[in-house]
Structures are given as structure tokens and as C-alpha cells.
Design a protein. Sequence first.
Length: 263
Amino acid sequence: MIKLLIFIVVIAIPTKVFSEQTWQIVTENYPPYFSENLPDNGWLYEITQSALKTQGINSEAEFTTWDRALKLLEKKRKTAILGAFYSLKRNEVFYYSRPLAVAHSGIFKRKESAINFDGTVQSLTPYSIGTEDNAFVSQEFARARNTELAITSTKSLPTSLYLLQQGRIDLVAGTKEVGKYWLEHNNEVDLDKNKIEYLLPDLASHKLYLVVSKSNYRAKEYLQKFNRGIDIIIENGSIAEIMKKHNFSNQKTAEYINFLKEN
């Protein structure tokens, strides 16, 4: 009887460990997608969390600078990064999940300013441009950043937008959705949404991914579970409930679910 009890305890341990497994997810504040200042850390984090729960996995988020997030994952001190763009360099060290969302990058200007922008990086050369340190705008922008463009680096996108508002720079390059969020929720610096506008066309669009370090021997397994979890919450309606809670319209929710299914 004692041997039988010991056997039952031993075989139960892996199940318990799995059920209590917790992913440590690290990223930067990137509203409206995810942020420590948003309800439930933002809609995209809540979707990520919900997908993992279907696999018996809990998750905890840490919000920090992007450079630190990359270093923590590379050193295997975190399980995954949420919201990474794809790049050839990152592809050498990370495995990517299915695409989770799309962000657009481009140019902000003061409404009163006359700017000749035709959608190309070359048309930006006459102007002074603010951008967040290490922000990725587009491949073309990155190539021209240190040679053709007059760049002012700042600690954050809201700081860049504030300098623009004050007339200290001509333009700001950054993520459209994030910039528009900060213009509506200007709790870092005093921004006036009526003074700044976003210019079309976009310079680039970027899919957002969950990434895991290739040095983690379980990386592929982790992403398979996560991707499986996304499929489950599409089918059981959890994604639609999350989007509704975060004030997405029925149309936007349907478009997002179709995006996930197609990718």
C-alpha cells in the first residue's frame, strides 16, 4: 500500500507542475495594445494570457525598456517577449509565434506646418525629425537614419511629440496607433491632440509577435502551445468577449478574428 501511494504521488507531480506553470512575459509599454496602465494590461496582453490559460499556463507581465526586455529574454531570465516586430537580425535568436496584431509606423507633424511628404524617406531629408531611442520605423528609415536624416533621439514617443508641439523639431517618426493613444491620454507630458496630426501614407506596417529565445530548448513547444491556445479562444468565443470588454466594435472584432485565422 505504501509503495502504491508513493507511485501515485510521483506520477501526480508533473501534472501539478504543468498546471502551475507560469510564463514570465516581458515587454515595453505600448498602448493601446498593452501597457501596465491599461485595464488588464491591455487587450493584446489579455488575449495572450487567455490563450495560455487554455494550456494550463499562467502568465505574469513585466513592463520595462525594450532594450532591457531583449536582454532579459536573451539571458533566459524571461519566457517570452510580447509585441516584437519581425527582423532578420531578431530571427537569428528568436522563434516567432503566429502574428497577433498589426501596427503602422509613419510621420506626425504640427497641423499648422506645410510639409511636403510623399510617403518616401527621401522626402523627409529637409526636416528635423524626432524619434524614440532605438525605435524601429522602417527598413528604409533605419538605413537613412545615420546618413541622410536629421534625427533627434528622445527617451519616449510622448517626449518626441512634445518637442514637435513646441516647434523644436519639424516631424516625429513613430507608431501611428501609439502616438494617437498618447495624444488622447497625455499623462507623461502636456500634449494637445488638436495641434498634431498623422500623415498618410504610412512608412511601413509591422506585425506584432510573441517571441521566445532559440536558446530555450522548449521554445518550439512553448509556441506550439501558445498558437494552439489562440485557436481555442477563437473557437470558444473568448476573444470576442475580450474585444468587447476593451470597447472594440463588432466589426473591428470580426476583422481581428479573421486576421488571426488568416495568419
